[in-house]
Design a protein around this ligand. Structure first.
Ligand SMILES: NC(=O)c1ccc[n+]([C@@H]2O[C@H](COP(=O)([O-])OP(=O)(O)OC[C@H]3O[C@@H](n4cnc5c(N)ncnc54)[C@H](OP(=O)(O)O)[C@@H]3O)[C@@H](O)[C@H]2O)c1
Length: 340
């Protein structure tokens, strides 16, 4: 396993992060009709991940583990089940990332990045995870109502109090990340070590933010690196029961005609390289580190052990520039609607 510094910090993380948004499903549903996470399967996945040397897990206070979008009853499910499973492992081995800002209750301060909400939610996250601290606390999405300095001072205090080790952002526009980093510098507060953004072969908007990431030595945690399974070729033969597309809020993107046309071409490239489609897309992303001068860590959704075995294989692939260029060319005319 390759370990990289998480941005401008001394924290070493595996260059493969397991995402907690969607976890292995049990097949059985609760009284609201929501599928539960299969705890034993998750245990098997994490055990195998440890065998591979993966030490990095990402979740969020709001995630359920199977349901999306998550309602308030099921929010917190992912942290809970990850905490439950990790009790069987050595805590200090893992780097645990979670997030705050999404709505967690219906009352006025039930969401956002105010001191009140964050101080409440870090305690709740730690309770659900059954941990004393999290390694990376990320702002999940912008809160236009809270002054940035209030949010930064709160994060800084969480670090000083020992509840959080490092801080990061997710889904903020470039100018606002810049504003946060400048404020952190001016007030001698903890700045972001990472940005967590949507990034895959088909969804490239974040590339415009990478000069900023490079300037501040922030790592890119690339979420949905397989475009929710599309780049793994899952939907080339249509939607199967239990697949993400079968319970997504808006399943249209899984059958996008432009993408379905390009996938067989990508499959040919993968065959030529003797690798799988997933490995091709993940290896492409790792290759992009050379172009942008930024550490890129894919945050991969793992719902099956076989997917983990396949996807981790990408770390062994050293893609040639000609293949990278061919992939860029193949998708250059594909317009792909952002996820709902
Ligand atoms: N910060 C944010 O706002 C944000 C937003 C979204 C996600 N995230 C983070 O990013 C993580 C990953 O996102 P994601 O789940 O959309 O990522 P993804 O890695 O693009 O998609 C994962 C899905 O792809 C399929 N898959 C994975 N490997 C496969 C393989 N080898 N062969 C066939 N299919 C494969 C599985 O689909 P099936 O389950 O259908 O089999 C899996 O659930 C999340 O868990 C979360 O931690 C963050």
């Amino acid at each position: 396993m390759k370990y990289v510094n998480l941005g401008n910090s001394g924290l070493l993380v595996s260059q493969f992060c397991i995402g907690g948004w969607q976890l292995p499903g049990s097949g059985s549903v609760d009284e609201s009709g929501v599928e539960s996470v299969d705890v034993e399967d998750l245990k098997r996945v994490l055990k195998k991940a440890v065998d591979y040397g993966v030490n990095f897990i990402d979740t969020a206070n709001r995630y359920h583990g199977r349901m999306s979008p998550t309602d308030l009853v099921h929010a917190g499910g992912s942290e809970r089940v990850i905490g439950q499973v990790l009790k069987g492992f050595e805590r200090e081995y893992f780097v645990i990332a979670t997030k705050v800002s999404a709505r967690m209750s219906p009352w006025p301060n039930g969401e956002g990045l105010s001191r009140k909400h964050m101080m409440w939610q870090i305690r709740e996250s730690l309770k659900r995870l059954e941990m004393d601290y999290v390694d990376l606390y990320q702002l999940h999405s912008p809160d236009p109502l809270t002054p940035k300095l209030e949010t930064l001072k709160t994060l800084d205090n969480l670090v000083k109090n020992g509840w959080v080790r490092y801080v990061g952002e997710s889904n903020y526009p470039t100018e606002e990340i810049q504003e946060f980093m400048q404020l952190a510098e001016d007030h001698d507060l903890e700045g972001f070590v990472s940005m967590q953004e949507l990034y895959n072969l088909l969804e490239r908007g974040v590339e415009a933010k990478l000069p900023l990431a490079k300037g501040y030595k922030m790592a890119l945690l690339a979420y949905s690196p397989l475009a929710q399974g599309i780049l793994a070729g899952k939907y080339m033969a249509g939607v199967q029961k239990g697949d993400r597309a079968s319970y997504a809020e808006d399943p249209r993107r899984f059958s996008d005609a432009g993408v379905l046309k390009v996938l067989p071409e990508l499959e040919i490239l993968a065959k030529e390289e003797s690798i799988t489609l997933s490995q091709l897309s993940l290896a492409w992303m790792l290759k992009k580190q050379e172009t942008f001068g930024v550490t890129i860590i894919p945050v991969v959704g793992i719902t099956r052990l076989s997917h983990l075995e396949d996807d981790v294989g990408a770390l062994e692939v050293n893609l040639d520039s000609t293949v990278e260029e061919r992939m860029d060319e193949l998708v250059s005319n594909v317009t792909f609607a952002p996820p709902a």
